[in-house]
Design a protein around this ligand. Structure first.
Ligand code: FAD
Ligand code: DHB
Length: 393
């Protein structure tokens, strides 16, 4: 088999890249180790920046996100038992975010790919990458007991944090930066109306909580839990009880509970691999960087990478120029590190760090008080939350 770009991973980064490349006339094949249903079963991100919406539009897959996505103009910060609104729209000259689940983004991208008859090979495992230090790389994979090989010009490593792409790079060619947090997020999805029209980010002495949603009838809630907690130990009732302890009285009153459709624990991590290009192999999304979810940046960073990558490949094929590909890593990482900083800061501000004791809690509350009462500080939060501007080549 032969194609121009082999994309490893059919998560949002890989699928969006496939669609953008197809629209630019660049052939591609996607290899995914799981089944399509498995990929759709993972409940993850919910907040899309304008940059992501623009890329979905460019890829021709924004119809449902525009129709069914919920535009949000603000978020609420809850601390010391009271809620304070951050006016994202007013503080950023009219920007918004859209609440629309990653599952739905993935579903829309899968449907578009199927409608165009483009090749995605699911259940391809294991996958191996070869000769990406040359201009003639190949990718091998096994499926149904047979080994296959694809010759290509470029390999796009969109296979997430645990993927094979970054792991295939020699250890001395990549620098890894990592911070692991001593807690995770326990998330629940339930068909109950959201407790509030906007997202609530709560700092409490019992730990962080987040009230989010997927639609007007489906809610997504998260609780900070210690790293050693197991999802089996959290009944639905235990979750709702603990959430009540972390909300203000009005929210408690309005909270509607119900059986969970999904419940899982996600560890929190900050991670960056530098650089993001190794000859003919280019990394994008979680394969290259992870942020703790507090700032809602992971999916948005992944889509921004893919926007840069599709543009760089387009310039390469159309103009025969390497210059954009040469700048790919630098351009992505400049924006990635700013999102890393924001996500680390917002995580540090909102979560309970037992080792920091009561003093740490008081310092957080003082910073939050400053944040909601200072236009300068609120503006800084707002412009990072809605997404920083994207540079061009
Ligand atoms: P993935 O989604 O991880 O996709 C990688 C794909 O590659 C997977 O399908 C995997 O099966 C496949 N793969 C792996 N290894 C191989 C292999 N060897 N061969 C072939 N295929 C392989 N981000 C936001 O922007 N906003 C949010 O609100 C937000 N909330 C989050 C909440 C939670 C609880 C979590 C866990 C994450 C959240 N994120 C959020 C982060 C976001 O979900 C990720 O950043 C996003 O999924 C990254 O997409 P990706 O395509 O790079 O990687
Ligand atoms: C969601 C996840 C986040 O990490 C976040 O900051 C906001 C919302 C969500 O899953 O809805």
């Amino acid at each position: 088999m032969k194609t121009q770009v082999v994309i490893i991973g059919a998560g949002p980064a890989g699928l969006l890249l496939g669609q953008l490349l197809y629209r630019a006339g660049i052939d591609n094949i996607i290899l995914e180790r799981q089944s399509g249903d498995y990929v759709l079963g993972r409940i993850r991100a919910g907040v899309l920046e304008q940059v992501t919406m623009d890329l979905l539009r460019q890829a021709g897959v924004a119809t449902r996100a525009l129709e069914e996505g919920l535009p949000h103009d603000g978020i609420e910060l809850l601390f010391k038992g009271a809620r304070h609104r951050i006016d994202l729209h007013g503080l950023t000259g009219g920007k918004q975010v859209t609440v629309y689940g990653q599952t739905e983004v993935t579903r829309d991208l899968m449907a578009a790919r199927a409608a165009e008859g483009l090749t995605t090979i699911y259940n391809a495992a294991p996958v191996s990458l070869h000769d990406f230090d040359t201009a003639k790389p190949t990718v091998r994979y096994q499926k149904d007991g047979a080994t296959h090989e694809i010759a290509c010009d470029f390999i796009a490593g969109c296979d997430g944090y645990h993927g094979i792409s970054r792991a295939s790079v020699p250890a001395d060619a990549v620098h890894l930066y990592e911070k692991v947090y001593p807690f995770g997020w326990l998330g629940i999805l339930a068909d109950v109306p959201p407790v509030s029209r906007e997202l609530i980010y709560a700092n409490t002495a019992r730990g962080f909580a987040l009230c989010s949603m997927r639609s007007e009838s489906r809610s997504r809630y998260y609780l900070q839990v210690a790293s050693d907690q197991k999802v089996e130990n959290w009944s639905d009732d235990a979750f709702w009880n603990e959430l009540r302890h972390r909300l203000d009285p009005e929210a408690c009153e309005r909270l509607v509970t119900g059986p969970s459709l999904e419940k899982s624990i996600a560890p929190l991590r900050s991670f960056v691999a530098e650089p993001m290009r190794f000859g003919s192999l280019l990394l994008a999304g979680d394969a290259a960087h992870i942020v703790p979810p507090t700032g809602a940046k992971g999916l948005n960073l992944a889509t921004a990478d893919v926007g840069f990558l599709s543009r760089a490949l387009e310039i390469h094929y159309r103009e025969g120029s390497q210059s954009a590909l040469d700048r790919y890593s630098e351009l992505c990482l400049r924006r990635v590190w700013k999102a890393e900083r924001f996500s680390w800061w917002f995580t540090s501000l909102m979560h309970r760090f037992p080792e920091n004791g009561e003093f740490g809690q008081k310092i957080q509350e003082a910073e939050l008080d400053y944040l909601v009462n200072s236009r300068a500080a609120s503006t800084s939060l707002a412009e990072n939350y809605v997404g920083l501007p994207v540079e061009s080549f």
